[in-house]
Ligand binder design. Structure first.
Ligand code: AHR
Length: 506
């Protein structure tokens, strides 16, 4: 007998509206994300501004709504003024985060204009590592100010009359991390972020601010960091950030497949920390989460570490992880978790967009292609619309070394009018039967997308990515084995992620 799970779903039970910014991504000055990633003048698809059309087209196909820029660790030693004005006057500098000579060819204007042309909302980060209040406020003025003040006038002199209207701003990046240039204690960072945020909102009161949360749930300061930072910044910030990367360690497949549960617990803990601060302050304000870095990253097993990088130039290949079908299933599962927290996670960024731990890869002077992780993201961004439904999942559990007991099946569902989607994950190596219970509601499941895990090591290059897609990503009919009034039974393939369009009528 196959294992069996039940998923109770009803259109009246809702988590919250899905903010489209949850399908964000990230473009950092790191490795080949910018140079030979989104930007490569001379490439056969380059537009008049030097940006690769093939990459932009894949970005649209991926369904990315927003892009965070310019870092990441990079931002903590970045002088944004060095990246604006005539390109021929810009000077290269040593980016200490990634030990790379940054030529400053692409800066704020080039990025924001690319995002605008491509219809992608920008999310900007300010440097609170080596810089502070004045530089942060000046950058907001440069981006969003009307004519008649110093930095807005500089933007206009640089050829851009209309303010960019950047809505979302990160107050630094991973300031809890000892690797961060200008690393700070929670008190030091909290005070600085509160003052920078205050000044930034005085320049433009319409902006939304993200305070740095912990770099991961494993940080020693996790929890206390969130509490301290939010106590300092309560009056100015709107969101707190979360960052999490998952990888398969020592062949522990079960823990890796359970990553979505780890992400779920992390979100619940950050929400609890924020709400505890609200309670202590007797405040009705609800801080939401900007999950502005998440992905599979073989950080511990493949990355040499920032400090061990040689000093390089000309867009070196740094953390260009190659992904498998298994990684794609985990990415799909992480997206299920994000949808299930739609009420508290309005913003999220798959880190990153191109070449650096990315769903899109390129070769300089060559092709751009989709990694296996591209497919669950693109399908979710396409199908998940409207409201996330509050499901009740009852599933057997599997014991994992890293996360303890995790459910074998996870699920999310979305609804926009009567059109919706159902997302299901089977983390077990056996097929699982899932009973969708939808009392009083007629459920019609359409043809969707299934991703199955593989057991092969990921191999670099477009040919292998295409082979994985051909063998492990498929358009499928809903695998329904029986259906009657209020009940639909499906069989999920082993270690698989499934997304199905659905119609729900009463
Ligand atoms: O996304 C790569 C890096 O991971 C980012 O620069 C940093 O914020 C995180 O540690």
């Amino acid at each position: 007998m196959p294992q069996r799970a039940t998923v109770l779903l009803h259109p009246d039970f809702r988590v919250g509206e899905i903010d489209r910014r949850v399908f964000g991504s990230f473009v950092e000055h790191l490795g080949r994300a910018v140079y030979t990633g989104i930007y490569e003048p001379g490439h056969e698809t380059a537009d008049e501004h030097g940006f690769r059309r093939d990459v932009a087209d894949l970005t649209h196909e991926l369904g990315v709504t927003m892009a965070r820029y310019p870092g990441g660790n990079f931002v903590s030693n970045y002088n944004w003024e060095d990246g604006v004005g005539p390109v021929e006057d810009r000077k290269p500098f040593i980016d200490l985060a990634w030990r790379t000579i940054e030529p400053n060819t692409i800066g704020t204007d080039e990025f924001l204009q690319w995002a605008e042309r491509e219809g992608i909302e920008p999310m900007m980060a300010v440097n609170l590592g080596t810089r502070g209040v004045a530089a942060a406020a000046a950058l907001v003025e440069y981006c969003n100010g009307e004519a008649g003040s110093r930095w807005a006038d500089l933007r206009i002199a640089n050829g851009r009359e209309k303010p960019y209207g950047v809505r979302l701003w990160c107050l630094g990046n991973e300031m809890d991390g000892p690797w961060q240039i200008g690393h700070k204690t929670a008190d030091e960072y909290g005070k600085l972020a509160a003052e920078a945020g205050k000044a930034m909102k005085l320049v433009d009161p319409t902006i939304e601010l993200v305070a740095c949360g912990s770099s991961s749930m494993q940080m020693d300061t996790f929890g206390e960091w969130e509490r301290t930072v939010l106590e300092h910044t309560w009056d100015v910030v709107d969101h707190i950030s979360m960052h999490a990367y998952y990888e398969e360690l020592d062949g522990d497949r079960a823990s890796f497949l359970g990553s979505g549960t780890a992400m779920d617990r992390f979100i619940r803990r950050v929400v609890a920390s924020a709400d505890a601060v609200a309670a202590r302050r007797r405040s009705d304000k609800q801080i939401t989460i900007s999950f502005d870095e998440w992905n599979v990253w073989y950080l511990q097993s493949r990355f040499v570490g920032e400090k061990n990088l040689p000093l390089q130039k000309d867009a070196p290949r740094i953390i260009e992880d190659v992904y498998s079908g298994l990684d794609a299933v985990v990415v799909g599962d992480l997206l299920v978790t994000l949808l299930n927290h739609a009420d508290r996670v309005p913003v999220a960024c798959l880190a990153q967009l191109v070449n650096v731990i990315a769903p899109i890869m390129t070769e300089p002077d060559g092709p751009a292609w989709r990694q296996p992780t591209f497919h669950p993201f693109a399908t979710t961004a396409r199908l998940a619309r409207g409201t996330a439904l509050d499901l009740r999942v009852t599933a057997p559990t599997v014991s994992t070394a890293q996360h303890g007991d995790v459910p074998v099946v996870t699920a999310a569902a979305t609804l926009d009018g009567t059109e919706g989607a159902v997302f299901l994950v089977n983390r077990s190596a056996e097929p699982v039967e899932v009973e969708l219970s939808h009392p009083g509601v007629e459920l019609t499941l359409g043809r969707g997308v299934q991703v199955t895990a593989d057991h092969e090591p990921a191999v670099e290059g477009p040919e292998h990515a295409a082979k994985v897609a051909a063998e492990h990503v498929a358009e499928v009919d809903a695998p329904v084995t029986s259906a009657d009034a209020g009940r639909t039974v499906l069989t999920l393939a082993p270690e698989s992620w499934l997304a199905l369009p659905a119609t729900l009528t009463r």
